[in-house]
Write a protein that binds this ligand. Structure first.
Ligand code: ADP
Ligand code: MG
Length: 233
């Protein structure tokens, strides 16, 4: 599903340059649940943003479902992003003046799906994350865990090939974190490929494989015995 070779990324600031990713190689098979773990500043978000086509590497190769991702024009990049990728962020990134249902339906709007179909599909995904009864509520009326579940439904609604989550439990207490990770595990059990960026070992252990990032290099890549999130609730 994902294959990257010798990926490098630097940030330029005036005459200075910060070398953040220093030759990353790894691949992810269809259906994996992978944690990318490392301390703050190790380059996790930089890597995820490149995988999510929100940013470009300076050097290296990236194949997404066999398609080389390089020098795409903005239209093509946006099309691939919509078709292949779903995003989940630490701060939920919901639109405050739209209901849960409208937030989830938004990616379908960009796909120009007719309104009725959008709403039906969004409702189906809200039901999947256990929030059907909350569909007409605004984000401000939801708890943190509920907001993140809306964000998970929104990430899934266009049925992307890969879900990319950046510190998705970072703003949640531990019990709520485990509930959201339980949802992530269930979605993965249905066959979805998911990458979870986290600095928390407890969260990483709920994945099936942990890629350890340190100062812009992968220092360890291990299959782990998955801890079921509900065991912690
Ligand atoms: P992590 O997600 O693991 O905390 P990041 O990928 O966000 O790490 O950041 C890695 C390093 O790159 C940090 O030193 C950070 O300050 C720096 N950095 C991140 N984004 C930018 C940017 N847009 N411009 C300059 N430096 C950046
Ligand atoms: Mg980060």
């Amino acid at each position: 599903m994902i294959e990257i070779k010798n990926l490098h990324k630097s940030y330029k600031m005036g005459s200075n340059s910060l070398h953040v990713l220093k030759g990353i190689n790894f691949s992810v098979e269809d259906g994996e649940l992978v944690a990318i773990m490392g301390s703050s500043g190790s380059g996790k978000s930089t890597l995820l943003n490149i995988l999510g086509m929100l940013d470009e590497a300076d050097e290296g190769e990236y194949l997404l479902d066999g398609i080389p991702i390089k020098n795409l024009n903005e239209t093509k990049a946006a099309n691939y992003r919509n078709k292949f990728l779903g995003f989940i962020f630490q701060s939920f990134n919901l639109i405050n003046y739209k209901t849960a249902l409208e937030n989830v339906a938004l990616p379908l709007y960009y796909q120009k799906m007719p309104r009725k179909q959008r709403q039906e599909k969004a409702l189906k995904y809200l039901e999947q994350v256990g929030l059907k009864e909350w569909s007409h509520h605004l984000p401000s009326e939801l708890s943190g865990g509920q907001k993140q579940r809306v964000a998970v439904a929104r990430a899934m609604v266009a049925e992307p090939k890969v879900l990319l989550a950046d510190e998705l439990t970072g703003a949640l207490d531990s019990k709520t974190s485990y509930e959201v990770m339980d949802l992530i595990q269930k979605i993965n059990d249905q066959g979805n490929t998911i990458l979870v960026v986290t600095h928390e070992p407890d969260i990483a252990r709920m994945c099936k494989r942990i890629v350890h990032l340190k100062d812009g290099v992968i220092v360890k890549d291990e299959k782990v015995k998955q801890v079921k999130a509900l065991a912690n609730v």
